[in-house]
Design a protein around this ligand. Structure first.
Ligand code: R7I
Ligand code: MG
Length: 341
């Protein structure tokens, strides 16, 4: 839904409202919305987890590559195609190799691992939780492994971890009412631990911190006035890097918990997606990540059916989600083994 606006800096309020009004109007035949790389890779992450009932790096990258070669024109990041060509050329021998060589060995810091992480987060939550869900180690480890097949830069895979932890927290929340500041604080706590030992003077990524961005999210949430779109674009970011988009998606989810002056709609799910797109920039991906978090929080019943009818393969995706739930059910034996006995 966000892709028609991708890359735009200024999206007129009326223009965007008309877009949503058309989508919501059952009498108007709006053109079908083809899914972009976000959904392409999310789908394949889920299918790989379903078929293997666990994470299998080689199988997952093969599925990503096959989907890419089947239709490379889905708005993929400009560097990720090279990974798929290199993997295919080497017969997928080392699923982590090509990604680790990108950007002179630094790896990609794009938001591509974060944008597809929802099934991995849901799988880990359900399968590895050991019934209590207090320990985030399984989710962090699984997400790190599933991210590094394409994004070995710490900013790339940490962005995916942050998005996964937001999904996990959203699943644990009260459906009707929760404290958005506590939500941000909890994420700040996890990311602070992750950033311990980072060198603020590192010439490449010194000072690039998810904690700093989440503090900004808190500042916006605490403010009585809605921040200007330019403020969000310039400070929080609406770009293809994980650092400039994952905290923004989290902010969209949290900001949409209350009425928004700029998006006067009652349905929280609609408000969240609409607001994410209104910020411009990487609209498909930020809306997709914000949608994954609010979906984890509220369930699929809150998604307006009129949204779904316009989205390519929405029926298939619903079936994949059900299959993922089944495949991630912990068996008794696996529960105990995750405790180390
Ligand atoms: O991360 P990735 O899969 O891109 C996803 C985003 C989504 O918004 C899509 O909808 C699409 O628009 O792109 O793909 P990558 O190619 O790994 O990363 C995206 C872009 O981030 C790259 O093409 C680069 O422009 C930039 N980038 C970097 N630039 C310099 N140095 C990522 N890592 C680096 C880097 O280390
Ligand atoms: Mg995008």
């Amino acid at each position: 839904m966000g892709s028609p606006f991708e890359g735009e800096a200024h999206i007129g309020r009326t223009h965007l409202s008309n877009y949503f009004n058309q989508i919501l109007d059952p009498s108007i035949k709006v053109p079908f919305k083809p899914y972009t790389d976000d959904t392409a890779m999310t789908k394949q992450s889920a299918i790989s987890l379903i078929e293997n009932k666990s994470f299998n790096a080689q199988d997952m990258v093969k599925k990503f590559a096959n989907e890419y070669f089947h239709n490379p024109k889905r708005g993929y990041g400009s560097a990720i195609g090279d990974i798929f060509f290199n993997l295919r050329r080497t017969n997928y021998a080392d699923p982590y190799g090509p990604a680790s060589m990108q950007f002179k060995g630094l790896g990609s810091y794009g938001n591509g691992a974060a944008m597809r992480v929802a099934p991995v987060a849901l799988f880990a939550y359900h399968h590895c939780s050991d019934g209590d869900n207090h320990d985030v180690t399984p989710i962090v480890n699984l997400v790190t492994d599933a991210s590094k097949v394409t994004h070995s830069n710490k900013l790339g895979y940490r962005g995916a971890i942050l998005q996964a932890l937001a999904i996990r927290l959203a699943l644990l929340l009260d459906k009707d009412d929760f404290d958005t500041i506590s939500f941000a604080n909890e994420l700040i706590q996890y990311m602070t631990q992750m950033e311990v030992g980072d060198d603020p003077d590192d010439p490449i990524d010194g000072g690039k911190s998810f904690v700093t961005k989440l503090e900004l999210v808190k500042q916006y949430l605490n403010s009585t006035e809605e921040p200007h779109i330019e403020e969000i674009q310039n400070k929080l970011g609406v770009h293809v890097s994980a650092l400039d988009s994952v905290p923004t998606a989290i902010y969209c989810f949290l900001a949409a918990q209350k009425p928004l002056e700029s998006v006067p709609v009652d349905c929280k799910f609609h408000r969240c997606i609409h607001y994410a797109i209104s910020l411009g920039g990487d609209t498909d991906t930020i809306a997709s990540m914000a949608g994954a978090i609010i979906g984890a929080h509220m369930g699929d019943e809150v998604i307006p059916n009129q949204f779904l009818v316009h989205c390519e393969h929405s029926e298939d995706i619903r079936k994949i989600a059900d299959d993922l739930y089944e495949a991630s059910k912990p068996t008794k034996c696996e529960r105990y083994s995750s405790k180390g006995s």
